[in-house]
Design a protein around this ligand. Structure first.
Ligand SMILES: *Cc1c(COP(=O)(O)O)cnc(C)c1O
Length: 473
């Protein structure tokens, strides 16, 4: 029988198994296909009944290393452009292993002063990186979905208080529907947050003036005039074309009508790190709450997100005061981060963020963002130069929205053709991107977010897309 107690001496060898497998995996990443053709066959190696007698530490791990290094999607490699997925910088990856080694119970100062302090430090660094006031409160979350949830939960507590209700203690019963206003750029994760908060997935009123989803500011102002206290969700970085809501204007409206402004900047917040794109998030420091991701453009491993709020107290109001005697609040300097966000027990996800910011600094992260801006331009230029490809939106950030549009193929057939192209790219596996619907049309929308991506990767990717496109027409 295998028992962890009798196998304690294998712990270093267990870690070494991973470390020994890492060089080959990492060395192959730049050249390897994103997904191998035989993937589904490989997965069968995980199957089988729950073992009665275990295989033991090293055998079990060796099996997982073998299957994992072969079957994993190489989304940390340089040619995974599907969704908006970052890679993992060497420092962040190392720190993520350390996070597992130390296995801190982050969230309670008493359980890990180290994790709590690291979280305070990185939240300060991130505010600095994005040009947000140091006085803002914040908390690390597993993702931007959770960060949107955090910001909107704070908004909900603020709004209910305007109606004389303590929503944390008493819930939403008896309250009117919370007015939520946004543009057509609203991300599904904000809808999910509204759904979880009991406000309704479809409750947001979308005020838009065109088929791209750009905000209708006049309509927004009219709605605010009538709504009473309301919540505006601004979107910094729309997922199909990378465009931004005009945050400054929305901050003005929020100020004029006493509304709460929440900004979803899952990846778009990183525009603040470069003088070339800073104007896109102008006014963001005036937002009441801001959500963003670490596992996207910061290039730290999953899962990593963060939320900031202008009034730090409102987080404690929304998530703290559970009243459990064994969870007494930490004293003044110390922070129990599990009182400031939706999680209770949580991992020390500050460590990879600390490591990557310490390793590469403000300049390193600015340079990475600017390299991605350049690569997106390069991709866009290559699309424009290819007669059968059509750039479908201007390249404003790191997303290239385009489609296959060969001469003589009518509008009616293009959506189907592009869906087939998207599937062909994924089946092929050399590069990875998927389709979306933008302005009612099926498009491809690669997002460039990975520190490893080079100009050669972009040129290769365009060549693969053209080759696969040619095979379909
Ligand atoms: C990715 C994304 C989210 C959700 O982030 P997760 O980390 O996947 O939860 C929210 N908003 C926008 C604009 C995004 O791109």
């Amino acid at each position: 029988m295998s028992d962890p107690r009798t196998e304690a001496h294998h712990a270093p060898a267990a870690l070494r198994l991973i470390a020994d497998a890492a060089p080959a995996y990492l060395d192959a990443l730049p050249g390897a296909p994103v997904q191998d053709a035989g993937i589904h066959g490989l997965l069968k190696a995980l199957d089988g009944p729950l073992p009665e007698e275990g295989d033991g530490t090293l055998d079990a791990l060796a099996k997982l290393v073998e299957v994992g290094t072969a079957a994993s999607t190489r989304s940390t490699g340089p040619r995974f452009f599907h969704f908006v997925c970052g890679g993992s910088t060497p420092a962040a990856q190392g720190a993520d292993w350390l996070t597992s080694l130390l296995d801190q119970v982050a969230g309670l100062e008493a359980a890990s002063p180290f994790a709590a302090h690291a979280e305070t430090v990185v939240l300060g660094w991130l505010k600095d990186l994005f040009g947000l006031p140091a006085s803002h409160g914040g908390v690390l979350t597993p993702s931007a979905t959770f960060a949107n949830l955090t910001g909107l939960a704070a908004a909900r507590a603020w709004w209910a208080e305007k109606h004389g209700v303590d929503v944390v203690a008493d819930g939403l019963a008896g309250l009117p529907r919370m007015p939520v206003l946004s543009s057509g750029y609203l991300h599904v994760s904000s809808r999910k947050a509204l759904q979880i908060l009991g406000l309704g997935r479809d409750s947001a009123r979308i005020l838009t003036r065109d088929d791209a989803g750009r905000v209708d500011l006049v309509g927004m102002e009219n709605a605010l005039r009538e709504s009473g206290p309301a919540v505006i969700i601004a979107n910094a970085g729309e997922v199909n074309a990378g465009d931004f809501d005009p945050i400054e204007h929305l901050a003005d409206l929020a100020h004029r009508y006493g509304a709460w402004l929440h900004v979803d900047g899952a990846f778009g917040l990183f525009a603040a790190t470069s003088p070339r794109t800073k104007h896109l998030v102008k006014g963001i420091e005036r937002a009441d709450s801001i959500a963003s991701d670490g596992h996207k453009w910061l290039n730290v491993p999953y899962e990593s997100g963060f939320a900031f709020v202008k009034d730090p107290e409102v987080l404690r109001q929304a998530f703290g005061s559970w009243g459990a005697a064994y969870l007494a609040p930490a004293d003044d300097d110390a922070v129990d981060y599990n009182q400031l966000g939706p999680e209770s027990s949580r991992r020390a996800r500050a460590l990879p963020i600390w490591a990557t910011l310490r390793a590469y600094g403000r300049e390193g992260h600015r340079a990475m963002v600017e390299r991605h801006l350049d690569l997106a331009r390069r991709f866009g230029d290559a699309v424009e130069a290819a007669p059968e490809l059509e750039l479908f939106a201007p390249v404003t950030l790191n997303i290239v929205c385009f489609r296959l549009h060969p001469e003589g193929v009518g509008e009616a057939e293009l959506d189907e053709l592009n869906k087939r192209l998207g599937q062909a790219i994924i089946d092929d596996g050399r590069v990875f991107m998927g389709t979306s619907v933008y302005k009612g049309r099926t498009v491809l929308r690669p997002a460039i977010v990975n520190w490893r991506t080079t100009a050669e990767d972009i040129d290769y990717t365009v060549a693969v897309v053209r080759e696969l496109g040619a095979g379909l027409t």
